[in-house]
Design a protein around this ligand. Structure first.
Ligand SMILES: Cc1cc2nc3c(=O)[nH]c(=O)nc-3n(C[C@H](O)[C@H](O)[C@H](O)COP(=O)(O)OP(=O)(O)OC[C@H]3O[C@@H](n4cnc5c(N)ncnc54)[C@H](O)[C@@H]3O)c2cc1C
Length: 466
């Protein structure tokens, strides 16, 4: 029987299982109302970096594995595991903005929409995620698909450094020049990162002169026509435009639809009209057509959140693909035919990334098209009918996938490739050096190789190459 934990410097912020306040603290870490029956031994609510160091050292001393939570928006509640220590760093939420240098620092508990709002007011921009509430902690580690990310790259591309508490309990600054292995790994490892990020250092951009969107809506029974059009224009969509197709039983006009939502971030109004010209060649006679309207980011956030209500139960799965529409259509049709009630939806995104410098960061999984399925429901009694939909449909399409996005990962239920094979090997090698005792939980569904098995070549493989 282990001796009970004495909180020491963490008094008042440490909850052991059975303590009053434990269950409230555990539930509060999860955004998805479908909360798993997994129970850490201890939960620590860090107030500052000293608490983070103390918590990691406590975990070391007591041989506890660590799960880290910033915003708790992991659909699978990846941070909540059985046993070990759950470290909640959501209170580390300081922001500094240096407009002249176009740099910001932000704690992991900063919400992307909050940062984006502050920046836009100062004529600046960062590719924060599309939804209200997602925190930078997990968002930047997994890649970060945000506003104008097709032009600016996944948001982790704009991380110029980070402050990390390592598995040893040391606070280090990682960048291209210092602890370059950690810097490489943190940009793309997602929920498999083996340290606690306590601050990000970010590159900022000028606010695009024109922000807005175009919107078309078609009856759902025209989905094939609309999807074939989107697929055919694949790489021709200007980088300033995010071409998203959303199939749902309650679309923009309140009925079963496929909506074409096209946010645009352009140098001026004229450029925005020009970049959205592609909507003119969309299938004719949509039920609704907005060729372009300028819109504040706050309005775009509200429009997106319509599909992601709070206090609902979610099941999510996804894939990257470059397959032909002929190959994809039977699976897509089955998705449309079996769509659960709204706000459940299927999202198609024309991503078509530009060539990136190989090896620059752990992030390495992206492709021409992104497909994600979101089952959304309120009542636990509907779990069986809704929860299986995304994973079953994705299993059917898996032979056409090149991998999955960690943003919407469902690795615990359906393992899939989330970085390139060589990057995964390098991540494992860096982990073996940085976290030889396996202090941090790895991705769900992918146990880390035993440290001893990974160690021999680890130091060599972990060395960061230019
Ligand atoms: C409603 C909604 C909308 C979303 N929209 C987008 C979107 O537009 N674009 C996009 O790219 N993604 C989006 N996501 C996915 C989201 O970015 C990821 O789930 C992300 O991991 C959430 O970060 P978080 O800090 O809020 O979540 P958390 O659940 O706290 O973190 C997820 C995982 O990241 C790791 N982690 C978190 N913080 C730290 C830290 N400080 N140090 C070390 N490890 C840490 C942990 O392993 C943790 O389990 C959305 C998710 C939801 C629920």
């Amino acid at each position: 029987m282990p001796t009970p934990l004495t909180p020491g410097p963490l008094a008042g912020r440490l909850f052991s299982r059975g303590d009053a306040g434990y269950e409230a603290a555990r539930r509060a870490t999860m955004w998805n109302a479908r909360r798993p029956d997994r129970f850490p031994d201890v939960i620590v609510q860090a107030r500052d970096v000293h608490d983070v160091v103390a918590a990691v050292r406590l975990a070391r001393a007591r041989a506890l594995r660590i799960g880290v939570r910033s915003g708790g928006h992991s659909w699978s509640a990846n941070h909540v595991r059985d046993g070990g220590l759950l470290l909640d760093v959501s209170r580390l939420a300081d922001v500094t903005i240096d407009a002249a240098a176009r740099r910001a620092t932000a704690g992991p508990g900063v919400a992307g929409h909050d940062l984006a709002g502050r920046l836009v007011r100062r004529g600046l921009f960062f590719p924060a995620g599309h939804c209200i509430g997602v925190k930078l902690g997990g968002y930047l580690l997994q890649g970060g698909f945000g506003w104008n990310s097709r032009a600016l790259g996944p948001a982790c591309h704009s991380v110029v450094g980070l402050d990390v508490v390592t598995a040893d309990g040391d606070l280090v600054h990682a960048s291209a020049d210092d602890h370059a292995d950690l810097y490489w790994a943190a940009r793309g490892a997602g929920a498999g990162f083996f340290g606690v990020v306590v601050r990000y250092h970010l590159r900022l951009y000028p606010r695009p002169a024109a922000i807005g969107f175009g919107l078309l809506s078609y009856p759902l029974d025209r989905a094939e026509e609309v999807l074939r059009w989107a697929h055919a224009i694949g790489h021709d969509v200007p980088a300033s435009v995010e071409l998203q197709l959303l199939m749902s039983r309650r679309g923009a006009l309140g009925r079963p639809s496929v909506d074409v939502f096209a946010p645009v971030f352009a140098d001026g109004q004229r450029a925005a009209w020009r970049d959205l010209r592609l909507l003119r060649d969309a299938p004719p006679r949509p039920a609704l057509r907005i060729p372009y309207t300028p819109a504040p980011l706050s309005l775009m956030y509200r429009a997106v959140m319509h599909h992601y209500p709070q206090e609902h139960r979610y099941a999510v799965d996804n894939m990257w693909t470059r397959a032909s529409m002929d190959a994809l259509w039977p699976g897509l049709r089955r998705i449309a035919d079996t769509l659960p009630s709204a706000p459940s939806h299927a999202l198609w995104l024309n991503w078509a990334p530009p060539p990136r410098r190989a090896g620059e960061m752990a992030f390495s999984m992206e492709d021409d098209y992104y497909l994600a399925l979101y089952a959304v429901w309120r009542d636990a009694a509907d779990d069986a009918t809704h929860a299986a939909w995304p994973v079953e449909r994705m299993r059917e399409l898996a032979p056409l996938a090149t991998g999955c996005q960690l943003a919407d990962e469902n690795l615990g239920q359906r393992p899939a490739r989330f970085v390139s094979d060589d990057h995964l090997a390098r991540l494992d090698a860096i982990r073996a050096v940085r976290d030889p005792d396996g202090r941090f939980h790895p991705w769900m569904g992918r146990p880390t190789p035993a440290p001893d098995a990974a160690r021999p070549a680890a130091a060599e493989a972990a060395a960061v190459r230019p």
